[in-house]
Design a protein around this ligand. Sequence first.
Ligand SMILES: [Zn+2]
Length: 464
Amino acid sequence: MSLTLYNTLSRTKENFVPLKDKNVGMYACGPTVYNYMHIGNLRSFLFEDILKRTLLFDSFKVKHVMNITDVGHLTSDADVGEDKMLKGARREGKTVWQIADFYTKAFLDDIKKMNLLPPSKLCKATDHIKEQIEMIKVLEKKGYTYFKGGNVYFDTSKLDDYGKLAQLNLRAETQARVEKDLNKKNPHDFVLWFTKSKFQEQEMKWPSSWGKAGYPGWHIECSAMATKYLGKQFDIHCGGIDHIPVHHTNEIAQSEAANSKKPWVKYWLHNEFLVLQREKMAKSGENFITLSTLIEKGIDPLDYRYFCLGTHYRKPLMFSYEALEGAKAARKRLNEKFLELKKTDTSSAAKQKKYLDTFTNDINDDLNTPKALAVAWDVLKEENITDKDKHSLLLKFDKVLGLNLKALKKEKLKIPAEVKKLAELRLVARNNKDWKKADELRGRIKELGYVVGDTKDGYEIKKE
Ligand SMILES: [Zn+2]
C-alpha cells in the first residue's frame, strides 16, 4: 500500500520515504520557452502531475518547483548548436524577451487545459542570475572549474562519480561526440558561464567577474533554483528520459560538487517518450503536434490526458489519431456513466473500501495509471455497490486521474431548449394517454441525440 517509485539512480523500484516527515520537495525541469510545447513535452508534465497528485492523495505535503528556461539553452543539450531563444526570435521577428513572455503564457495555458496542478513555485532562469553566479563562484573556489576561450567550464574529471545517473561509460564515449568544443579538457565538461558567445546578437547578458557581460549555461539554472527553493538536499527530481545523459547528469555534478559531495536528490524519476512512427516527437516538420493541433481536430485536451493515462509513464507511448479517437470515445462513455449515477442511494464506506484499496495499490505501485483507470471502469460496471458509492469512489479516484469529473455536473443541465420542449409535449401526451403521440415525440427527441425516460414526477432527459 505504501508508495514505491522507480528511481533512475538505482534502476529499481524503491519505497518512497521523504527526507523530512510528510513533506516532499519536488523539482521538475520546465519548458524552454522558444516555441509551443509539443504533445510529447506535455506527456512529461502530465507524468509529473500524476506523481504530484499521487503524493497529495497519500497525504504528503508537496512543494513543487518548476523552472522556465528563458536563456542559455542551445539546440543540443551539450553546449553546441543554435541558441534556442534566438532561434525563436529570428523565426518570429521579435525580441528574445517577447518570445519568452509569449511562450511562457502559452505553456501555462496548455497545462491549465490539461488540468495539471500549477507548480507551487514557477521560477525563471533570467530572474535568478545572481544565484547562478554565486553557485559558479562556489564551484570555482572549490577548484571544479576552468576558464578557457572566454567561458567558465565545469571540469568533470574532478569528480570520481561523474555520470552515475546515466551510468555513463566515459572511456567508451569519448570518441562519440560529433561537434567538438576545443576549449573543453574532457568531452563531458560543460559551460557554466559564457562570455564569448558564438551568437553575436545575444541580447540577454549580465555583468560578472569573468570579463565582459555574459550569460549562464543551461544546466546551472536548475541547480541554483532548486537549491534556493528546496534546499541543498531534497526528495524528487523529474523530467523526460532525454535529460538523463547530459542535463540531469550535469545538474548532479555541479550541485554535489558545490555541496561537499553530499547526495543532492534522493529519487530521480523519468518518463519515456511519446512516439510517432518510431520517431521521438520533435519540434520540426509534421512531427510537431501541439495541443492546438488536437483541439482543431476536435480532440479535447482531457481526451489526450485520458490517452496518456492508458500507458505507464515508463513505457514509450505510440501516438496515432486512431488511438486518440479511441481514448476520446472511452472518456465520453466514462463521463456519461458518471453523470447517470444517482446520488440518492445509500452509501457504505465498507463496500467502497475494496475498490479504494485496489486503486491505491495500483497508483502507489510506481504510478500505474493504466491499472488505476481500469479500477474506475470496474467500479462503474459493478452491480453490488450503489450508485452513490460509485459516485463517491470515482470522485476520489479523480483526485489522481484529473479528468475533472466534478465539473461535469454543470454540463448535465445543458439540454437544448428544443429537446426540453418536445419532452414537455410528450408529458402532456402521456397525461392524455395519447401513447402514439408520446412515442412519436420520443422518436423526435432521439433524432436529436437524447433519450427521454419516465420518472415519478415527470421525465428525465439523458444524452444518448
Ligand atoms: Zn533542469
